[in-house]
Write a protein that binds this ligand. Structure first.
Ligand code: MG
Length: 162
């Protein structure tokens, strides 16, 4: 088995949708980025790539490439899962912490977990989403940014057809 860690931060601004873990959440501010800026999918994708020794999403999805402009990051995460599968790896479990001062993410954790589990090909019980505030300090606490930490475990996948 192999373990991987991922982290991502995006800035909050008006006039952008807030999308976390593939879920669009009603909020006055959204995350700024070349893609849809879904920090949860980005952190998780980086954790998967790290576990498999495949680099990071910046290498695979450069933000200078217009092809990825406005990208739905659930697509990116699904592609990374496919990349690992092609290398003979599959996820075992994932644990995620989303740091956001606002909005309150408690009511959305279940949906985010279900979205991520589906994308990872795992039962909901193998994926965990935690939400923390920034305690009103730092960029997260001042509601200038949302960040996410992710840890995943992967194992060799049995060859197809077995
Ligand atoms: Mg990102």
């Amino acid at each position: 088995m192999r373990v991987g860690i991922g982290h991502d931060t995006h800035r909050l601004a008006e006039g952008r949708p807030l999308i976390l873990g593939g879920l669009r959440i009603e909020h006055a501010l959204g995350l700024v980025g070349h893609s849809d800026a879904d920090v949860v999918c980005h952190a998780l994708a980086d954790a998967l790539l790290g576990a498999a020794g495949l680099g990071d999403i910046g290498e695979h999805y450069p933000d200078t490439d217009p092809k990825w402009s406005g990208l739905d990051s659930t697509r990116l995460l699904a592609e990374v899962v496919g990349l690992l599968a092609a290398e003979g790896w599959r996820p075992v479990n994932a644990d995620v912490i989303v740091h956001a001062q606002a909005p309150k993410l408690g009511p959305h954790k279940g949906t985010m977990r279900d979205n991520l589990a589906r994308l990872l090909g795992l039962p909901g019980s193998a994926v965990n989403v935690k939400a923390k505030t920034g305690e009103h300090v730092g960029p997260v606490g001042r509601a200038e940014a949302i960040c996410c930490h992710a840890v995943v475990l992967i194992e060799p996948a049995p060859p197809a057809g077995r």
